[in-house]
Design a protein. Structure first.
Length: 351
């Protein structure tokens, strides 16, 4: 069954069945509530909450409702869990959509915090994202994968940098990655909070303390894979592990990257995966910047897709206001936004 047919069937089920039933139960739904219902129905995050023996505390059903509530937090672009709890207290329809019939059933902020830590340790949102991509994107041939990174401001102090003197003749990280497994490449990437710098669209440097989110995006603005690193990590050092993850999830034709990725090992990896690399040339010292052929320049315009995805993640799905600390929790918070955005973009394809 093709992904298009599957999405179409999903859309018919939601539009003709689910909304009618919900509005009969809850009354007329707002536009934001309808958006949330569609996203939750496509993601089915409650199916990925790990079953474990609970000797004390809240039952499993609450963990499922909390998972749905964290997706709602991303969809409503709320900054804190406290804001989410206030919204659940004021909006009975939202509360019931998440899974609580009564206000007294909504857990405390501390319970939400413990559940979030469990979701981070079990990588629940990451498993949801991988499953959604496999179900809706794996069956189709992706034209272009756009690759880039964006700054993620953290709430932690920058870790002290350890100065390491380069040894003459020692291979660089890019060179080492050629013989490393995916697990080894990921383990080799720093992920502590530190200071990063990146040039903006006008060529001026901007600085931040925190992390960097590296993302591969398919046509239609569908996030395929993501990696979180320290803010100081150069974009090029994450290209090969990111491409490796993406290649396990989808088949694509072109890899689109800006000049930060203009390196021999990255081009070679792209070709080895059966892709055509379109990388904006970097002006070498005393040299002339390479130019795309006309047909390549036209395809390279598709790379603006990833800029729109980053903008939506930050402005609409909570990517700009990360309030948790530590790379695992920061990534989990970002992933709740990423899975909500992924579902929203898939729904837009058929809506």
């Amino acid at each position: 069954m093709s992904s298009t047919v599957t999405l179409s069937q999903f859309w018919e089920r939601v539009q003709r069945g689910l909304f009618e039933w919900l509005e009969a139960e809850l009354g007329e739904l707002s536009g934001k509530q309808k958006q949330l219902v569609k996203i939750l129905e496509l993601l089915r995050v409650e199916d990925y909450v790990q079953r474990r023996r609970l000797l004390k505390g809240r039952p499993l059903e609450d963990r499922k409702a909390i998972a749905r509530a964290f997706v709602a937090k991303a969809v409503y672009n709320l900054e804190t869990t406290r804001q989410l709890l206030e919204r659940l207290g004021q909006d009975s329809s939202l509360r019931r959509i998440c899974g609580w019939e009564r206000l007294t059933g909504v857990p405390s902020e501390a319970t939400f915090s413990r559940a979030f830590a469990e979701f981070a340790s079990s990588e629940m949102p990451a498993r949801v994202h991988e499953a959604v991509v496999a179900h809706y994107q794996r069956p189709r041939l992706v034209g272009h994968i756009s690759r880039d990174a964006t700054a993620i401001t953290g709430r932690e102090k920058a870790a002290k940098k350890v100065k390491v003197k380069p040894v003459k003749g020692e291979p660089t990280r890019l060179q080492r990655q050629a013989t490393m497994t995916l697990a080894e490449m990921l383990a080799d990437l720093p992920c502590v909070s530190d200071c990063g710098t990146k040039r903006n669209s006008k060529g001026h440097p901007s600085y931040w303390v925190g992390y960097k989110l590296h993302l591969d995006v398919a046509d239609g603005g569908i996030p395929i894979s993501c990696i979180l690193t320290s803010a100081s990590v150069n974009d090029s050092q994450v290209a090969i592990p990111l491409a490796t993850v993406t290649a396990q999830r989808v088949d694509n034709l072109y890899d689109l990257m800006d000049s930060a990725y203009d390196a021999g090992p990255i081009r070679e990896q792209s070709v080895a995966l059966g892709h055509v690399p379109l990388i904006d040339g970097h002006t070498r010292r005393g040299g002339v910047k390479p130019q795309f052929a006309p047909h390549e320049a036209q395809r390279y315009k598709e790379r603006t897709t990833i800029e729109r995805v980053f903008a939506r993640l930050k402005e609409e799905f909570g990517g700009r206001t990360i309030r948790v600390r530590g790379p695992a929790k920061v990534m989990t918070s970002l992933l709740f936004g990423i899975i909500a955005l992924t579902a929203d973009q898939l729904i837009r394809l058929v809506a």
